[in-house]
Design a protein around this ligand. Sequence first.
Ligand SMILES: CC(C)(COP(=O)(O)OP(=O)(O)OC[C@H]1O[C@@H](n2cnc3c(N)ncnc32)[C@H](O)[C@@H]1OP(=O)(O)O)[C@@H](O)C(=O)NCCC(=O)NCCS
Length: 321
Amino acid sequence: MNIFKFEKQDSDEVIKLWNDCFLKRYNIDKYLFDEKLLNDPDLFWPCVLVCKTNEGKIIGFIACKISNGSIEEYKNAAWISVLFVHPDFRRQGIASKLYFAVENELYRAGVKKIFAGGEIRNFFSGITYPFEISKAFFVSKGFEVNGCEHYDLCADVSKIDFDSLAVSYNKSIEYITRPFEEKDFGELMNFFDSEFPGRWKFEMTEFIKGGKNLNYLLIFCCKEEIKGFCKINTGKTHVGLGIHLGENWGALGPIGISKDLRGKGFGNRLLYDSLKHLKELGVKNVNIDWTVLKDFYGQFGFHPWRSYLGAYKILGEMNDF
Ligand SMILES: CC(C)(COP(=O)(O)OP(=O)(O)OC[C@H]1O[C@@H](n2cnc3c(N)ncnc32)[C@H](O)[C@@H]1OP(=O)(O)O)[C@@H](O)C(=O)NCCC(=O)NCCS
């Protein structure tokens, strides 16, 4: 068995192995593989490796990304986006070999903290279910694993009458939810600087500057003052998340309300407005990723369909391998 740098012509074989190694709910297609991995500017190519048998069959894969330093909390951080080994070749030290090859390389690149999943354009926000083996693996490599699961949630909004749900929310007419417009940019930055200055500010700024459909960024306003935001998305076909959610799927999140409005029914209000908006766009299944707030979203009919455990490792002084 030997370790090689991944090459683009390995893609189909890696995707097939990926889908054989994880539960069906974590399966991917070529679109997701390209979008979330190969085309991600944070992908750290020296740490995208395959393990092959002597006959050249791929039996293991690891891919890492490195933070470009734009977000303070991820300075000197890297992520293991994915790691898997063919079921017939497990417990032979292959994942360990792949892991140590990348840890060494990341250390040389100045990385001080490694997360399991959870990068900016992630497939996986942590270690995937079932946890027993994957958790044992990461613990064996010195990772701290979170004791509490987080989830991707789903509901078919086309089948939910949001007005008949027993959910109370703040109906104040002083507040409206509407799509972001370019003129709102300065006020939106003030809002993020005061309320969510880290990752969410970065992600939403990247979204706006990336020339995407601005109607998919909803803002919650009192007159001209922005007090909340909610990012939504839609997809028409059975590609990407659509392989799991079917056609006319949607996504919601992140969503956030300013601190001074919390506890007054405005979170429910923004969620209600945003879900109704998605429903009006003709969306069916909606995904809400990476959340522990099962009950908050559960009020609106959402239930977990994938779960994860967060995990990280702080790199100390190391000898060369
Ligand atoms: C997790 C996974 C990558 C481990 O691959 P592997 O090549 O079998 O792992 P290794 O042989 O290097 O195991 C290293 C250590 O992990 C732990 N471990 C691995 N498999 C284990 C198992 N079945 N039971 C308990 N501990 C296990 C042990 O501590 C092991 O050390 P040891 O063999 O000296 O006891 C593999 O099981 C897999 O592909 N799982 C599905 C995909 C997945 O969950 N990936 C992780 C999330 S991205």
